[in-house]
Design a binder for this molecule. Structure first.
Ligand code: SAH
Ligand code: SF4
Ligand code: F3S
Length: 443
């Protein structure tokens, strides 16, 4: 290869995918490729796909289709790669082969680290590269990553999922649970701190079932709490069935552990929860929330809720509304149930009509927004520490950042450096964010 090749990655889906894209970017930069912001100017275009819901599939195929013309015109000078969760599903790969035969490189979630090799082979052999691995135990360490932010970073602590919720595709696309060695994680976090990272977000589909050699999830948090330079520790996502008292205690003892927890409930109906294979009841969930709030009163709680799971009756749905009202979430991701081929729930005949799903969805969003707005109003007059992420795109403030409790805060200030932590007096609140004024500069 003579001239310098440029690349662009489009990422669909969750933080796991975002972080995988950062790793792919890191590997490509190490190989001498250059990242560019505009997809149309890149020699290599990569799509990191998600299969969680049908609209994710559709959005990907729509965007991919737009590249056919450029590929036909530019041929070998333009490389198209696709990877990620969708590629771990055989029917998708078949569809890709038959309808998009011009795609150059296809790989899955288990062999992400092979990307540089696959590109080399493509250019050497002048032949399409398709390499998808079945579930693997091995974890590849020490891959470089090009972080989106200088001052904060994702850290994978485990991969895969063993829970098999009946609606969910993730256990099929990401394989079985496997945890990284705690010392590899600590080593990575020390290196990140040395590189200026202040906030880490520990990633996994179910972080509290982390089982490293000699350390469970909470042990790991205690270890990371000791790393100088790291000022905030967050994690995503925890399954209610695995949330231990030991972890709740850690919120009090580890000063760097942010007072925020994302605790997906999915439904407020015991019947639906059982059919979803969530392994907890409504009561168990509600007492867990109570226990957390008793231990850490200022904690912010968010959730995921699915509406229109097969067989969901109006009464089931009202149980969900009722639970949401009781918990008073800080925020929630609400989803229309989407049939995923290969999952048990997809085979059910009692699917809910789209218009019923939509109508329930809107009713749920109203309840959630009301509680979010209420929670946010409670911040007015208080002072919170905000980690500045960037100059705000929003007109209200000049800068934006996140509070310890993960609230988006827009604030007015001058000459604030990205990544600084500033005390902010909250002066206004709406459904999705807070506004405030800096009371004195940087910590
Ligand atoms: N491992 C995490 C979340 C993974 S996916 C957890 O269990 O909490 C993120 C969210 O997508 C899930 O919490 C769920 O609410 C939603 N989701 C998953 N499969 C879905 C489907 N088939 N239809 C609609 N929403 C779905
Ligand atoms: Fe999917 Fe359930 Fe695993 Fe979350 S815990 S990734 S919802 S199977
Ligand atoms: Fe999507 Fe895969 Fe994440 S299906 S939500 S990108 S684990």
């Amino acid at each position: 290869m003579t001239e310098k090749k440029t690349f662009h990655i489009t990422t669909f889906g969750c933080q796991m995918n975002e972080h995988d894209s950062e790793i792919m970017a890191g590997m490509l930069i190490e190989k001498g490729y250059e990242p560019v912001e505009d997809r149309d100017t890149a020699n290599i275009v990569i799509f990191n796909t998600c299969s969680i819901r049908e609209n994710a599939d559709k959005r990907f195929f729509g965007t991919l289709g737009q590249l056919k013309r450029r590929k036909t015109e530019e041929k070998e000078a333009f490389t198209v790669c696709v990877c990620g969760c969708m590629m771990q599903q055989q029917h998708i790969v078949d569809q890709l082969k038959s309808k998009y035969p011009w795609v150059d490189v296809v790989f899955g979630t288990h062999n992400l680290h092979k990307l540089p090799n696959l590109l080399d082979n493509l250019y050497k052999e002048k032949k399409k590269q398709l390499e998808i691995w079945e579930d693997r135990d091995a974890i590849v360490e020490d891959l470089p990553a090009k972080r989106l932010f200088k001052h904060k970073s994702f850290v994978n602590i485990m991969y895969g999922c063993n829970n098999f919720c009946s609606y969910c595709i993730v256990p099929y696309t990401r394989g079985r649970e496997r945890s990284r060695n705690p010392f590899d994680i600590v080593k990575e976090v020390y290196a990140l701190a040395k590189d200026g990272v202040k906030e880490i977000t520990l990633l996994g589909q179910n972080v509290n079932s982390y089982k490293g050699e000699g350390a469970d999830f909470t042990d790991l948090i205690y270890m990371l709490n000791e790393v100088d330079g790291i000022q905030r520790i967050r994690f995503m996502t925890s399954h209610p069935k695995d949330l231990s008292d030991k972890l709740i205690e850690a919120f009090k003892k580890c000063d760097k552990l942010c007072k925020y927890i994302h605790l997906p409930v999915q439904s407020g109906s015991d019947k639906v929860l059982k059919e979803m294979n969530r392994k907890y009841t409504r009561e168990a969930y509600l007492s867990l929330v109570e226990k957390i709030r008793k231990a850490v009163p200022e904690i912010a709680i968010s959730t995921d809720i699915i509406v229109g799971f097969p067989g969901e009756t109006e009464a089931d749905f009202e149980d969900t509304l009722d639970l949401a009202r009781q918990v008073q979430y800080d925020s929630a991701f609400t989803f229309l149930y989407s049939t995923r081929k290969g999952t048990p729930a997809a085979q059910r005949e009692d699917q809910i009509p789209e218009e019923v799903k939509h109508q329930r969805f809107n009713r749920l969003v109203d309840v959630i927004n009301e509680s979010s707005a209420g929670k946010n109003r409670g911040y007015i007059g208080k002072t919170v520490d905000v980690l500045i992420d960037s100059v705000s795109r929003n007109k209200i403030g000049t800068y934006e950042g996140r509070s310890d409790s993960f609230k988006l805060v827009n604030l007015i200030g001058k000459d604030i450096v990205d990544g600084s932590i500033v005390p902010v007096k909250i002066t206004g609140a709406n459904t999705f964010s807070l506004t405030g004024e800096i009371i004195k500069n940087t910590k």
